[in-house]
Design a protein around this ligand. Structure first.
Ligand SMILES: [Zn+2]
Length: 396
């Protein structure tokens, strides 16, 4: 059956509007996350698709991570010790460098697990998991919102890591003078201490502003990831009436992605235990921008790689898609890749506006570009078509 991408796009836009405007923000383990999955499950069941619900244990996102306060404390210690212990300034850049991965690692260690999230797996009628040729995946939950804030604040936030590093490196100069036994009392010491105190105050103010304005606020998650969920929902339902002749496709909607990829981790472990090596294509934040990008790797020190073969097939489905490495963001493809399951991740390049609303209360329907939704619907259909052709006619 030939399916028009427009059909999928218009169904997806309806689903997206319901998810964002009626259900709203969907934090991991919340009644809204459950409501969204229940609502989707009913839709799939009425389309005579088979559904499985799998409970997910997760670590909730803490109310607040004192990210900038830790850096502020570092600057304050430098201000207090500069007169007598210049060597302390040498440790400051190290502290700043370790902050992103360090706070993440710590959260993973100390936050207790709780029940209440779940994954929804959707299969063609009378099909079992081990018969699937491909799984499309999208996370249903939405993230804790950082405040949308004034533009100047946002600019500062984007560059704060860089600014902290810059100032920390400048402070090493008086620190080294002191270490070499030079008398820095007077102008140099005053300048150094003032700079360190100013930075500490700025970073502390940053954290206080974030605590006050982000408390119990979550992103409505239109682009991240209502866009992926609604496109996959529309594809699954449209295909239920005329599935590909031989290709069997499953659709996985994961919970608790934003607080540590918990849904995907659990499903990947399940696949691993049951020796299921089904390729997984993750679709996340595809609602705005000028086209798709195929994520090749995440992380820096020990990067997780997506599957080159699968990436090539996606590139055939969308020749204008670009390859992209994401050093500081992670996605649901990663737990599958780590379990040795071929997996890929597509997202849209986004726009300055869509990235400005990333994980904020402003990630609403207004961010979504219907034309891009249609483009991604087309790419998904092309990908299915290519894989179906490969399976039914492997010689060509
Ligand atoms: Zn996402």
């Amino acid at each position: 059956m030939i399916i028009d991408p427009k059909t999928i796009q218009s169904k997806a836009m309806e689903t997206l509007a319901y998810l964002v405007s009626v259900i709203g923000p969907r934090p991991a383990g919340s009644p809204q996350e459950k409501e969204a999955l229940d609502w989707l499950e009913k839709k799939f069941q009425s389309a005579r698709l088979k559904t499985l619900r799998l409970p997910v244990r997760f670590q909730p996102e803490p109310d607040f991570v004192p990210y900038f306060s830790i850096a502020a404390a570092g600057f304050a210690v430098v201000a207090l010790t500069l007169a007598d212990h210049g060597w302390v300034t040498l440790l400051l850049p190290l502290l700043i460098l370790l902050l992103p991965e360090g706070t993440q690692w710590l959260q993973g260690k100390v936050i207790p697990y709780k029940d209440g999230s779940s994954n929804l797996m959707v299969l063609p009628e009378k099909t079992s998991l081990n018969e699937l040729d491909l799984i499309f995946c999208a996370h249903i939950d939405s993230a804790r919102a950082i405040p949308a804030g004034p533009r100047i604040w946002k600019k500062w936030r984007d560059r704060s890591m860089y600014a902290m590093m810059r100032v920390a490196n400048i402070l090493i100069i008086p620190g080294l003078f002191q270490l070499m036994g030079l008398d820095i009392r007077g102008l140099i010491l005053n300048l150094g201490q003032s700079l360190a105190w100013a930075m500490a105050a700025l970073l502390l103010a940053q954290d206080i502003y974030e605590i006050l304005s982000s408390r119990n606020r979550f992103s409505p998650g239109a682009n991240d990831n209502g866009s992926g969920v609604s496109l996959l929902t529309a594809t699954a339902i449209t295909q239920a009436d005329g599935p590909p002749a031989s290709l069997k496709i499953g659709f996985l909607f994961t919970g608790a992605e934003e607080c540590g990829l918990h849904g995907a981790k659990q499903f990947a472990a399940y696949m691993d235990e049951n020796n299921l090596h089904i390729p997984v294509v993750n679709v996340d934040m595809v609602g705005a921008g000028s086209g798709l990008r195929i994520i090749t790797r995440c992380g820096t020190i020990r990067p997780t790689l997506s599957d080159p073969g699968l990436n090539e097939t996606i590139k055939r489905a969308d020749p204008i898609a670009v390859y992209h490495a994401a050093p500081r963001r992670w996605g649901d493809f990663a737990p599958f890749a780590k379990a040795g399951i071929p997996s890929a991740h597509i997202e849209n390049v986004g726009t300055p506006h869509s990235w400005g609303t990333y994980h904020t209360p402003d990630d609403t329907l207004e961010v979504i570009d219907p034309e891009q939704m249609e483009h991604v619907a087309n790419v998904i259909l092309q990908l299915i078509w290519i894989l179906e052709k490969n399976k039914s006619n492997p010689e060509k």
